[in-house]
Design a protein around this ligand. Structure first.
Ligand code: HEM
Length: 184
């Protein structure tokens, strides 16, 4: 079981990172929607869920950083199955949107908290340094990004999922197996 990718499939590092990222990202999206619903009533459960949301966002940033570093360490690229040109273009655009989301969502959340004078903490163990002083304009901008991007990301995640399932059940190729087992 290789840590690194090969032409035939994703290595353990890429697979573990992909699936952990997927679980954390989906959990953050659901938690974000719950927090949005609770917006008005800021009781104990709101702050507990917000603490969980911030802690998981730090985990996500760690996974993204690791993935970016790993892209340089592991230069092997997995061979993609040939598909119609529009499908391969759509898949690339969807992955780009997911990458933008992976970076812009935690960053806009961090800016949103700091610009309102709140810290971003990791389950009471440590806090991230502030990346902006308190500022109403920064807060408003970050809030717009953090509020609108998830709508696009939910569409991108659904397209990504449908694409993976289409490869598996319709094309019956090894795309999904390469991300689950590491080989087709
Ligand atoms: C249950 C949901 C998911 C399934 C079934 C799934 C499936 C897959 C598969 C099969 C690939 C390999 C595609 C290929 O080799 O052509 C892939 C790649 C990828 N997926 Fe997912 N995925 C899921 C969720 C997510 C989520 C939530 C994200 C990010 C928010 C994500 C981001 C990516 C990225 C960026 C790649 C490109 C490879 C890489 O950079 O490591 N996926 N996914």
């Amino acid at each position: 079981m290789s840590l690194k990718n090969s032409e035939r499939g994703y290595g353990l590092m890429s697979r573990a990172n992909h699936w952990l990222t997927a679980v954390v990202f989906i959990a953050l999206t659901i938690l974000g929607m719950v927090l949005e619903q609770m917006g008005g009533e800021r009781g104990d459960s709101f702050f507990q869920l917000m603490g969980l949301h911030k802690g998981l966002a730090i985990v996500l940033m760690g996974l993204v950083l690791l993935r970016l570093v790993w892209l340089f360490v592991d230069r092997a690229r997995v061979t993609q199955e040939p598909v119609a040109q529009w499908q391969s273009l759509l898949a690339r655009v969807v992955r780009l949107v997911l990458w933008v989301g992976l970076i812009a969502m935690p960053l806009s959340g961090w800016l949103m908290s700091n610009s309102a004078g709140h810290p971003v903490g990791f389950f009471g163990l440590f806090e991230l340094p502030a990346i902006t002083p308190e500022s109403e304009s920064v807060h408003e901008l970050a809030e717009v990004v953090h509020g609108l991007l998830p709508k696009l990301l939910i569409v991108a995640m659904l397209l990504h999922l449908v694409g993976a399932l289409k490869h598996h059940w319709v094309d019956r190729d090894g795309t999904l197996s390469r991300m689950i087992k590491g080989t087709a």
